[in-house]
Ligand binder design. Structure first.
Ligand SMILES: Nc1ncnc2c1ncn2[C@@H]1O[C@H](COP(=O)(O)OP(=O)(O)OP(=O)(O)O)[C@@H](O)[C@H]1O
Ligand SMILES: [Mg+2]
Length: 577
């Protein structure tokens, strides 16, 4: 309903209510407000029904009545909410907004390519238009987007294909790209331009879309068919926005470099606002394992959710419901749950009373059920992590560990760690920590992240690194931590830090310890070798003096002295090996 109509309707309701409900005067059952402060309410109209009765004490006029409030009470659309709270989505300042826009578009491109089993080729351009205005262009060779879906995807918050799907993907909320478009629109007034081809060899559909923030609905400004080169599918997104381009840890450059690190099957061409184009070459020619969609695991379901699921499955028998709604529930397990709950397997699910649902919930928790399937995850893999680290970091030692999948709140997840030590890494600075969630680099909120928490809880001294209290260890090392899950528990909608789930922190710690122990052994061996080398060069320095002394004491000829020195060097070499 348009705002004016809502207002009119509410005014009618409020005046009707007031007419129907006479206001009590002092002395009736309701409490009487304190007398007005001198001057209060002077010169203001009194609300209807609030005039003093004959002989009654004067009544204070409340600052605001429920009816006044009712006039203001209205629905808030999700896009209005995020317009005011854009910081929750990572758009709180111009440099962060620029990075978030690139990130949302690139993450979508990588997800789309993964789903379509296509080796991704991504083109990213950040074009400077004015001092603080940029045009972000991201093009992929993914499956494209069906024409009818384009307006909703780019012009409606909370619309996507991944929220209801339980499998590892970069996006999960259905808010990323439309939020980026909305930020662009707010700061420049320009629409998002999308060109997408979803059938090879056919024309692409080009759109210009704005978001009606009051209704959270798309407004299509332009629609046309255009040529799409290359004879394959793909999508090109262009967003103009107010931003600031910067280099360093929180830059677009760092994000793309780290994306290439965790996605070595990707090829990225990046045209920055200044300077030469950069190319991140593909390091592996095969796609990562394709994650499969799974059903929720019974252990992860909460009572209220179970109640909703039972209602939605109206008419189903209980045992059929348990087998089809959840993963890892066989007929036998379903019967076991039913008998533990004292419910008949053939009872109709929507007829269960709350108390019966509670029994069912408890019975699920008390029944042994297989852990959820783990083919919903797509780890990077130890070998690929090592290759990726070697490709980007010059070090003396590398190690990697992929842990077996486990579960938090019924959601499968796994942890991977890669570690590089020595070489060109700075020895006097804190280690470089690369955090990833579902292969996406996390560049902000390092201190609020479960990964950092786990790193801080390790005793790095025993692995050869210095460790000031409460901060990252110091030494020539870089650590990569990847958490992959069907649902990464981010601390906010901007998806920058992982929440401190005990199970997740524990897995990260174990993986770090495994790599840390290998690094510790390497550091020890290197120290021993350095010590031996020091002794050797010390002795080597004195061999000519020993030769000279022997020659003098024993009166040896010069030739004999030379052969003694040779023998001594030989002995030294042998003792070393
Ligand atoms: N380049 C693309 N190619 C194909 N489909 C895309 C592309 N970009 C977006 N989509 C589709 O649009 C949907 C919405 O994207 P959006 O980024 O808003 O949300 P999401 O990726 O599902 O989740 P998140 O908010 O966590 O990023 C996606 O779920 C996907 O189905
Ligand atoms: Mg997304």
């Amino acid at each position: 309903m348009p705002a004016t109509k809502v207002k009119r309707a509410l005014t009618t309701i409020s005046s009707q209510e007031e007419a129907a409900e006479p206001q009590p005067s002092c002395g009736q059952e309701r409490s009487c407000p304190a007398p007005p402060a001198p001057g209060a309410g002077e010169g203001r109209d009194e609300a209807p029904g609030r005039r003093e009765g004959r002989g009654a004490a004067p009544m204070a006029k409340p600052a605001v009545t429920a009816q006044d409030l009712a006039l203001k009470q209205r629905e808030i659309s999700v896009s209005e909410f995020f317009t005011k709270n854009r910081h929750l989505l990572g758009f709180d300042n111009p440099s962060r907004a620029l990075l978030a826009t690139v990130k949302e578009a690139v993450d979508n491109s990588l997800d789309a390519c993964q789903e379509a089993h296509v080796l991704p080729e991504i083109f990213v351009e950040v074009r400077q238009i004015e001092e603080n205005r940029f045009r972000v262009i991201v093009e992929d060779n993914g499956p494209g987007i069906v024409r009818q879906q384009i307006p909703k995807i780019f012009g409606k918050l909370l619309y996507g294909s991944k929220f209801h799907t339980l499998k590892q993907s970069r996006g999960q909320q259905g808010i990323g790209i439309s939020a980026a478009g909305m930020y662009g629109q707010l700061t420049t007034g320009k629409p998002v331009a999308i060109t997408s081809c979803s059938r090879p060899g056919r024309p692409a559909h080009a759109y210009e879309i704005q978001l009606d923030t009051e209704r959270n609905q798309p407004i299509v400004l332009k629609e046309a068919e255009v040529e799409w080169k290359g004879g394959r599918c793909g999508t090109r997104v262009e967003i103009e926005l107010e931003g600031r381009y910067q280099k360093g840890r929180h830059s677009v450059d760092a994000y793309l470099q780290q994306t290439a690190l965790a996605n070595p099957h990707v090829e990225i061409t990046y045209v920055p606002p200044k300077g030469e184009a950069v190319r991140f070459e593909r390091q592996v020619e095969s796609l990562p394992p394709d994650p499969k969609e799974i059903r929720p695991h019974p252990y992860g379901v909460e009572l209220g959710v179970l109640q909703g699921m039972l209602k939605a499955a109206r008419g189903q028998r209980l045992s059929t419901f348990l087998c089809t709604a959840f993963s890892r529930v066989s007929r036998r397990t379903a019967d076991e749950i039913c008998s533990r709950a004292g419910l008949k397997p053939e009872s109709r699910v929507h007829l269960l009373a709350l108390e019966e649902v509670e029994r069912l919930f408890k019975a699920i928790g008390a029944t042994r059920i297989l852990a959820p399937p783990t083919n919903c995850l797509s780890p990077i893999g130890e070998e690929v992590i090592l290759r990726s680290l070697r490709g980007q970091i010059r070090a003396d030692f590398y190690s990697a560990r992929t842990r077996a999948p486990v579960v938090y709140r019924g959601n499968p997840f796994l942890v991977e760690v890669g570690l590089a030590y020595g070489g060109e890494l700075p020895a006097e600075e804190p280690i470089t920590l690369y955090r990833f969630a579902n292969r996406v680099p996390l560049l902000f909120q390092q201190s609020a992240c479960a990964i950092t928490d786990a790193v801080l809880r390790i005793d790095w001294k025993s692995y050869g690194l210095a460790q000031p209290r409460g901060s990252l260890p110091i030494g020539p090392a870089a650590v990569l931590v990847h958490v992959a899950s069907v649902w990464v528990p981010f601390t906010s909608e901007s998806k920058e830090a992982i929440a401190d789930y005990e199970e997740i922190v524990r897995e990260i710690r174990l993986a770090l310890q495994e790599c840390g122990r290998q690094m510790g052994r390497f550091v020890q061996r290197r120290r021993r070798e350095a010590e031996a080398e020091r002794k050797r060069s010390y002795i080597e320095k004195y061999i000519p003096h020993i030769g000279e002394a022997l020659q003098e004491i024993l009166g040896l000829p010069a030739q004999r002295r030379a052969s003694i020195e040779e023998n001594l060097k030989d002995m030294l070499e042998r003792s070393r090996s």
